[in-house]
Write a protein that binds this ligand. Structure first.
Ligand SMILES: Nc1nc2c(ncn2[C@@H]2O[C@H](COP(=O)(O)OP(=O)(O)O)[C@@H](O)[C@H]2O)c(=O)[nH]1
Ligand SMILES: [Mg+2]
Length: 312
């Protein structure tokens, strides 16, 4: 044992003299600096857990003002976020669901994904940078103003061991939209329509409950909160689906697409309708509605152009 240890020390010294790493194998291009690689940590994520990556815009309060987003909700800016979310989901096929609202997006990877050997830093940085670059690339398609400076997004990974934890996470994000959107809708009505200052509007809303804000919107502004666009009230859920024209169509023949929805995912009904999320991960069937959502229409027309191009 001692002899072996001595031999290996001698080997290390010799190797360092001739500029070779001590663990160099024959025919391997190594240098004495190679050992620094061993300082890199193994950040592989535990097996069999839901991996959620959430990105969030940096100082979007300022970014949205600088780019004159409509208040409280800018439909084009939200669709731009959705377009970037779709780009990420197209690239990472192990994402089974994504959920976006305001300046944030959450991406849920299937429990058994082996993408990038489940290395946390690889997954997090790829998703965050692809989202950011797609946001910038898609900007001109959605916004009629110039992008005046580069937006950036932070990213985090959260792991959830059970389906219940995952559902609670998504419910938490969707409940957040409801609370914020109700408040913001009331706040901006008071400011933009009733002429209150920001501070006066804040004071008026301080200590109020949801029911009070609903009542105020209805009585003072004739707005039934529940009739506002579902994207504003519920955020956007992205699911991988096979799109067919009618219920009787064969699912396998449908085009695969990332379908945006604005359903209530807190309810059991959502999980009963989309059983593939928590089970076998094969894209479920989606019957195209008469009014096809713009983000879906864009994908279907991209696909038909691709078919035309390969046929010609
Ligand atoms: N006007 C407008 N602002 C938005 C919209 N979506 C997001 N924002 C802004 O983005 C902010 C996002 O919140 P948060 O991440 O907590 O704040 P941040 O630290 O400034 O990014 C909101 O408070 C809004 O100011 C939108 O559709 N319209
Ligand atoms: Mg933010």
């Amino acid at each position: 044992m001692q002899f072996y240890a001595l031999k290996s020390t001698v080997l290390k010294v010799l190797c360092s003299r001739i500029n070779l790493a001590p663990i160099c194998k024959r025919n391997m291009a190594c240098s004495r600096y190679e050992y620094v690689k061993s300082y890199e940590l193994d950040d592989r994520i535990l097996p069999n857990v839901w991996i959620v990556i959430r990105i969030d815009g940096k100082k979007f309060h300022k970014f949205s003002n600088a780019h004159k987003f409509e208040k409280p909700n800018d439909v084009n800016a939200l669709n731009l976020m959705n377009a970037a979310g779709i780009a990420v989901m197209k690239e990472f096929r192990d994402i089974v669901l994504a959920y976006g609202q305001s300046d944030e997006y959450s991406f849920v990877f299937r429990k058994d994904t082996t993408a990038y050997k489940r290395r946390a830093s690889k997954l997090l940085t790829y998703v965050t940078s692809l989202f950011s670059s797609s946001y910038v690339m898609s900007w001109p398609q959605w916004m009629d103003r110039q992008l005046s400076y580069a937006p950036c997004f932070d990213g985090r990974i959260v792991l959830y061991p059970t389906d219940e934890n995952l559902r609670d996470y998504l419910s938490w994000r969707q409940a957040d939209v409801h609370v914020n959107n109700l408040y913001n809708t009331a706040f901006w009505k008071l400011v933009l329509q009733s002429g209150l200052t920001n501070q006066q509007a804040e004071e008026r809303l301080r200590g109020t409950f949801s029911a009070d804000k609903n009542e105020m919107l209805f009585q003072e502004f004739g707005i039934n909160y529940n009739s506002l666009p579902p994207m504003f009230r519920k955020g956007t859920i992205l699911l991988r689906k096979r799109v067919v024209q009618s219920e009787g169509d064969d699912q396998e023949k449908g085009s695969q697409a990332i379908v945006p929805m604005h359903d209530d995912l807190i309810r059991e009904q959502f999980w009963r309708e989309h059983t593939e999320i928590l089970s076998k991960y094969v894209p479920g069937k989606y019957v195209s509605p008469s009014v096809v959502p713009i983000l879906l229409k864009m994908q279907l027309s991209e696909e038909s152009q691709l078919v035309k191009a390969t046929m010609s």
